[in-house]
Design a protein around this ligand. Structure first.
Ligand code: NAP
Length: 243
């Protein structure tokens, strides 16, 4: 039977590229999205037209009932999950900490952190025969994003710690938990931060002098998920051009 992977936030950007990359490797893919049904269905169509297997499921992964429904739907339509890519995330407009409201901070934390915990919980409950999880963090967890979005950077710091703790907690169940930390990847997320051309502004300070592509992130996620990484857990791959 094909391995079964859930990619949260699979409708756009890194999640869409990862869904397509994994489908080519023979995974049955569940493409989760929050609101962008058309984009999610476009990803599914591209996969199935190339001979792969995919479904799309709407769910706000920061909402516990939605997460339960997402996993139950996957159980009933495709089968038991074997691999999880925790990828869904948001970035809100740049501002200093002194301007941030509790509402904004909680929105970032529930979307970027609570969701990863909930999806890990549901996946692990189904991984009686082992499994593999990749969390998508960010170079921001190391850099801090001062004066731009420290809330976002701190949410990714939490994902790094989740990766370390959970990898140790489930290692004896043969479930591996790893993490990628992209930075400066060409997606629509930068527009949500209020600066669509942010990478062009900062790229002279990136050692490799350019932004990265979603496909370059997908390749590292696919490696960490795969059996080629069977002896790797609790580790981090930085995909940020040397930054
Ligand atoms: P993106 O293009 O903005 O796509 C975000 C995806 O997440 C969309 O599929 C969106 O669904 C989904 N999403 C957002 N909130 C959700 C929720 N509550 N429930 C379910 N799905 C939700 O972002 P991206 O740049 O590909 O980023 C993907 C991941 O990489 C994020 O965790 C981000 O923090 C991380 N990352 C990105 C960069 C970068 O430079 N782009 C760098 C470092 C880390 P809809 O389409 O329905 O809105």
């Amino acid at each position: 039977m094909n391995p079964i992977v859930l990619v949260t936030g699979g409708s756009r950007g890194i999640g869409a590229a990862t869904s397509k990359y994994l489908a080519k490797q023979g995974y049955s893919v569940c493409v989760n999205y929050r609101s962008n049904e058309v984009e999610a269905n476009n990803v599914v169509t591209e996969i199935t037209e190339n001979g792969g297997t995919a479904i799309s499921v709407q769910a706000d992964v920061s909402n516990e009932e939605d997460v339960k429904r997402l996993f139950n739907t996957l159980d009933q339509t495709v089968g038991r999950i074997t691999h999880l890519v925790n990828n869904a995330g948001i970035l809100l407009p740049q501002m200093p900490i002194t301007s941030m409201t509790a509402e904004r901070i909680n929105k970032v934390l529930s979307t970027n952190v609570t969701s990863y915990f909930l999806c890990c919980r549901e996946a692990i409950a189904r991984m009686a025969n082992g499994g593999s999880i990749v969390n998508v963090s960010s170079a921001a967890s190391r850099l801090g994003s001062p004066s731009e979005y420290v809330d976002y950077a701190a949410s990714k710091g939490a994902i790094d710690t989740l990766t370390t703790g959970l990898s140790l907690e489930v290692a004896d169940k043969n479930i591996r938990v790893n993490c990628v930390r992209p930075g400066f990847i060409y997606t629509e997320m930068h527009a949500d931060g209020g600066e669509a051309n942010r990478i062009e502004r900062v790229k002279q300070h990136i050692p490799l002098q350019r932004g990265g592509t979603p496909e370059e992130v997908a390749a590292s996620i696919a490696f960490l998920l795969s059996n080629e990484a069977a002896y790797i857990t609790g580790t981090f791959v930085d995909i940020a051009g040397g930054k």
